[in-house]
Design a protein around this ligand. Structure first.
Ligand SMILES: [Ca+2]
Length: 296
């Protein structure tokens, strides 16, 4: 994935820190116990530049995590309560997957350099995820997308929470299993041949056979939850973490986890629990969302 980057706009004073209040948080929260787990890629099949290895034992404090990514309906409640304007709205442009675009041709500024399946589309933001003729109200139980790291952080603060650290995210994603590739085990298909997550089947980016049932995003409670009761920790949409991708660049890109509906082994085998990606704090795209963490 290579969504667009934009210059930082003026700070938007719309996020209001709140005391912890589960009723305002991203739907159901799952409590996770403190523990120690083996973090990293036990198969050595990641991209070297992503630094998924070595596998190391990492302690985790008890915390809670959203059972799902934040939905369009939940984000709408946040916007109604706070007046928050997202970075994609402030910039007036965001990245839409070309085959999904639904809007006037003259809203397309052009392909994103290096990744022509992404279009820079004027007027694409969380309410219009595929472009001006699309409507998030029709996707109420789908993940909110076109939200930057700053937007996600503002929502989490409003909900009395925060974004999960990478350690917390991976511990949660593993669902209590050790050394596995996915939240449910090592195989992407069930014993009866069904896909266990929303990614890409066919040839990327020209033909999506959608054998998993979803061309683009899926409702957040699709497929089966993992051993902790967390839904779609991989596939569907990338999830922002609190952490920087490279500790040597503390003001740099933030880490994304979990992969998206555009992931395919030929291009982006990053729907594994140890996989990492990143983008800048103001970047937005049609396949990036988040879930909220907080105290247990
Ligand atoms: Ca799919």
């Amino acid at each position: 994935m290579q969504p667009i980057e934009s210059p930082a706009p003026p700070q938007s004073p719309t996020s209001r820190p709140a005391p912890y209040d589960a009723t305002r948080a991203a739907g159901e929260r799952i409590d996770l116990p403190a523990g120690v787990f083996a973090m990293g890629d036990a198969f050595d099949e990641g991209y070297p530049a992503d630094r998924e290895t070595p596998v190391r034992e990492v302690p985790v404090e008890a915390f809670s995590l959203g059972a799902t990514t934040v939905t369009n309906a939940e984000f709408a409640a946040f916007v109604a309560a706070t007046g928050h304007r997202t970075d994609a709205e402030l910039f007036g442009v965001s990245a839409v997957f070309a085959p999904a675009h639904s809007g006037p041709v003259d809203a397309v500024l052009g392909p994103v350099p290096g990744t022509p399946w992404w279009l820079s589309v004027q007027g694409a933001h969380w309410r219009t995820p595929h472009g001006a003729w699309s409507d998030a109200e029709l996707l109420a139980d789908h993940p909110v997308v076109h939200v930057s790291w700053r937007d996600a952080t503002a929502y989490a603060a409003w909900a009395g929470g925060r974004l999960p650290t990478e350690v917390e995210w991976e511990y949660a994603a593993r669902g209590g299993l050790a050394g596995r590739r996915y939240p449910w085990g090592d195989d992407v298909l069930t014993a009866t041949g069904d896909w266990q997550c929303n990614v890409w089947q066919g040839e990327f980016p020209t033909r999506n056979t959608a054998e998993d049932g979803h061309l683009f995003t899926a409702p957040v409670r699709s497929f089966a939850p993992n051993g902790h009761g967390l839904w779609q920790m991989v596939g569907n949409v990338w999830e922002w973490s609190a952490d920087v991708f490279d500790p040597a660049d503390p003001e740099g890109p933030r880490t994304l986890r979990g992969g998206s509906y555009l992931c395919h082994p030929s291009y982006c085998h990053r729907y594994r629990v140890s996989a990492r990606s990143s983008n800048t704090v103001t970047s937005t795209a049609a396949n990036v969302g988040f879930r909220v963490a907080g105290p247990a």
